[in-house]
Design a protein around this ligand. Structure first.
Ligand code: SAM
Length: 252
């Protein structure tokens, strides 16, 4: 297995593949104004095993295209959607978020929790805008500095992992510059990282290592994840995930 396949294997049976929580998805939904509307077309980009997709499908009158480039995640999502009784509202699509083929101005909302970083925040908000109907909603969670001054070790780590990491004011400015009206921003609470994501992931480590014969590649992945977890435990007051809800603004 290559690194991506190993990562998919580590994460494919977990409820979510990044920090987040059902209550926070519902809060973003509330802030978006989508709840009051009918017959919506939505795309969940980088949906993983469907943590947010399922909440959206349960809460809204919507058809949701759930996009991910890892097929094992979509397979888990299909099973979960059937169990939750919402499979007919969700269309899993095995595709990359870098080359989407939705018709222009066809979507009421684009949702992307913990995934827009894969394409880069600026590029994502710029490229995805054209798929939104006038007044359509963009709801994304994104790695965000929570303090103006950070420990050097932390700064170096995240700059290397994700050069676009920045403060909320900078992210909001990017949204404004690319033709959106920010509607709200909130920070995911600590439990979304620890209880929602890291602890379930850590519980999976022993079985994952065993099933890969404790191979160097599998151990390297666990060590990398463990390093990220320890960094959060140590410096979690300096960074987090900001949840940004914005509306497509009319052309000037
Ligand atoms: N939204 C899910 C959640 O909150 O649990 C998953 C978040 S996970 C951190 C990022 C997701 O983006 C993964 O499911 C990964 O497979 C997907 N992904 C990464 N790069 C992608 C790409 N270029 N196109 C589509 N999906 C991608």
């Amino acid at each position: 297995m290559n690194e991506l396949e190993l990562l998919a294997d580590l994460h494919r049976d977990t409820e979510r593949q990044g920090p987040g929580g059902q209550d926070e998805t519902r809060l973003a939904l509330e802030l978006s104004g989508l709840r009051d509307r009918q017959d919506l077309s939505i795309a969940d980009l980088g949906c993983g095993t469907g943590a947010a997709t399922l909440v959206l499908a349960e809460a809204l009158d919507a058809r949701i295209v759930a996009v991910d480039f890892l097929a094992p995640f979509l397979n888990t999502l299909k099973v979960r959607a059937i169990k939750a009784g919402v499979a007919e509202r969700i269309t899993p699509r095995h595709a990359t978020m870098e080359a989407l083929d939705f018709p222009a101005a066809s979507l009421d909302a684009i949702w992307s929790e913990g995934a827009i970083y894969n394409i880069g925040f600026s590029r994502g908000v710029r490229e995805w805008r054209r798929f939104l109907k006038p007044g359509g909603i963009l709801a994304v969670s994104e790695l965000t500095w929570l303090t103006e001054r950070r420990p050097a070790e932390l700064e170096a780590y995240w700059r290397a992992q994700y050069p676009e990491v920045d403060t909320a004011s900078a992210k909001l400015a990017v949204l404004e510059q690319h033709g959106y009206t920010p509607l709200s921003y909130f920070v995911l609470p600590r439990r979304c990282w620890l209880d929602g994501y890291y602890r379930p992931l850590q519980q999976r480590f022993p079985a994952f290592l065993k099933s890969h014969g404790n191979s160097p590649a599998a151990r390297a992945i666990v060590e990398e994840q463990q390093q990220e977890i320890e960094l959060y435990e140590r410096y979690g007051e300096h960074f987090g995930y900001g949840f940004y809800v914005a509306r497509k603004a009319p052309e000037g």
